[in-house]
Design a protein around this ligand. Structure first.
Ligand code: ITT
Length: 187
């Protein structure tokens, strides 16, 4: 299965979650993410990957992000562009913390939608979520994106303070990947 993503962190996590069955799609052209939902955008990426992958292979795409309750679900599908196109992960985290300010309600949810397209046009969709809260300052060096400011419900550590296998066990991507694996045809 080929992975249509320009995000190396996602490739590492999905490689861990789905095993050697997953290979980066060299030359994958990043598409404009114009969809209104995670599913729309995952489909756009999967279709672009489909066009670039060998005909007989499955193609997988991931659209994911963070929905913050008190921000009305923002940044949501805009998570990768939150605060402007020139920010990096740390810059987006800083923007999020400024937007939240001293807000008491810091509930948030990570969402991951995976779309797999088969050689004959079959489509498989899987979704996973992780509920938690946003901290007041970043902590930890693992993971990527918003992990340093996200504490999963029931834990005190941020996702960036978890070991990779601990993140995989509870993460939105881990849950989506396990659901997808259960529906993929045996290869
Ligand atoms: P591709 O579209 O090429 O796959 P991308 O990074 O643009 O890569 P998205 O459009 O799906 O991916 O944006 C996802 C955003 O949500 C991005 O800012 C990530 O850092 C963040 N994100 C996704 N999964 C995350 C995770 O497991 N932990 C922390 N942040 C995450």
């Amino acid at each position: 299965m080929y992975l249509a993503t320009a995000n190396a962190h996602k490739a590492v996590e999905l490689g861990r979650l789905l095993g050697t069955a997953v290979a980066p799609l060299v030359g994958y052209p990043a598409v404009e993410e114009t969809g209104a939902t995670f599913l729309d955008n995952a489909r756009l990426k999967a279709a672009a990957g489909r066009a670039a992958a060998p005909q007989d292979a499955w193609v997988l795409a991931d659209d994911s992000g963070l929905a913050v309750h008190v921000l009305g679900g923002a940044p949501g599908v805009e998570s990768a562009r939150y605060g402007g196109p020139d920010l990096d992960d740390a810059g987006r985290v800083g923007h999020l913390l400024r937007e939240l300010g001293e807000a008491e309600d810091r509930r948030a949810r990570f969402v991951c939608v995976l779309v797999a397209l088969g050689p004959d046009g079959e489509e498989l969709v899987a979704e996973g979520t992780l509920d938690g809260t946003i901290t007041c300052a970043p902590r930890g060096a693992g993971g990527f994106g918003y992990d340093p400011v996200f504490v999963p419900a029931g834990d005190t550590r941020t996702v960036a303070e978890l070991a990779p296998e601990e993140k995989d066990a509870i993460s939105h991507r881990g849950r989506a990947a396990r659901a997808l694996r259960a529906t993929l045809p045996a290869s």
